[in-house]
Design a protein around this ligand. Sequence first.
Ligand code: NAP
Length: 469
Amino acid sequence: MIPAVVQTAYIISTALFVFSLNWMKDPKTARRGVFAGVAAMIIAIGSTLVEPGIVNWDWIALAIVLGFAVGIPLSKVPLTAVPQRTALSHSFGGLAAGLVGTAKFYLWFNEGPENLTAFRMIAIVAEIILGYLTFTGSLMAAGKLQEVKWIPQRPVTYRGQNFINIGLLSIAVIMGILLILNPLQFTYLFPFIIILALLFGILLIIPIGGADMPTVISLLNSYAGLSAVAMGFVLDNKLLVTAGALDGSSGLILSIIMCKAMNRSFTNVLFGAFGQVQKGAQTVEQRTVKTETTEGAAQILEQASSVVIIPGYGMAVAQAQYRIRELYDLLSKNGVDVKFAIHPVAGRMPGHMNVLLAEANIPYEKLVEMDDINPDMAQVDVALVVGANDVVNPAARHDNSSPIYGMPIINADKAKMCFAIKRTMNPGFAGIENELYFAEHTFMLFGDAKAVIGELVKQLSADLIGTEK
Ligand code: NAP
């Protein structure tokens, strides 16, 4: 009776995971998608706990308490820290898979060699290699994004790097094959495979630079999913196999979408050390920027017939989305056509800008994807850049020595006039100067995005009240 109930619960849970992913495709249904995912996970855990195979509740209780102790604070990180939080979750997933694989290998080994069948050994080897490399790789990625002091933020590259990386992985795989072929004779290789996988995870991430980090994180997500698939085979748990496959494939699809958005190939992301600032790539020449006051900018915005707001990471830091909503309302009321240009990697996670603008109830149809808005940018009166930097840097189009060369950008520089809001002349994520700020028709509005937009709103409200009188 119980196994049938568990299997039915697993099917329901799998279906909910599929629906959850499908609903998360659209902001209108995304919330439902989150609830479906949570329900699927609760059903999955609950039904696993009634499995008759459980002999010891102490460890399970301890794991649940530990999970809550780590998970609750993690759920409270600010939205700007979600990428590193996500990377940390992947590292936990990888570690869990690795530990389960290790425990199962030695348990079966002690119970009798006949347990270590070729099928089980293939699953265990895949699980530990993917699991442990995801663990250290994701930890490194989280550390880099969190700007942990002792982890170099810049890509670290050296001669023969790809050779060493691929060599290490190949040695681990060869050892794995030997272990699969003869687990008894090559038992001693097991810890070495773990060490190599851990090392490979670190070496995989150190050459990755700023702009490619999001793609790599979703790739690690995919590895975590694949290690869960292998774990499902090891534990003979169908739900883990299907849930892991969903995780692995969605991570892979997201990586491909992001690679396309950033004009990168997978091999480039993994082995090309993109985001690296090449020596001599930066111009050291001193250039000056033009600034504008919020009064002047408000007058120009008021007279414009079309305004495109380009949000970036700085909007998230400043939490300026609510002020932007007020600005949008005022301008729209004044007959200005206002749109929002969304770059696929603006901010620090996929969909970051969409989430924040949705939070402020900005009508979703006003958000226009980069490819759709770019052809119209030359006709736009004002491009208002709010805390965006790399995603509007024209160097990406023509400077082949730039670390972001080839990444499609939003063509803010093509608009008739551009205002750029940021606090200083500090660079963005990729660590490079932005040509846009020095362009003929660009004017800087220096300050915190929330404060500057707040000032613009004040000016515009005063002007509009004056006009009504
Ligand atoms: P960005 O290049 O990181 O630039 C953000 C800008 O915001 C900075 O120039 C900063 O300048 C400004 N800023 C910060 N706080 C501010 C505040 N309170 N008020 C006003 N301005 C503020 O951002 P982006 O253009 O959105 O580009 C995203 C970058 O992150 C890309 O390189 C992308 O590849 C990378 N990335 C993306 C993801 C993802 O999944 N979306 C994940 C990881 C990395 P000041 O300090 O001078 O104010």
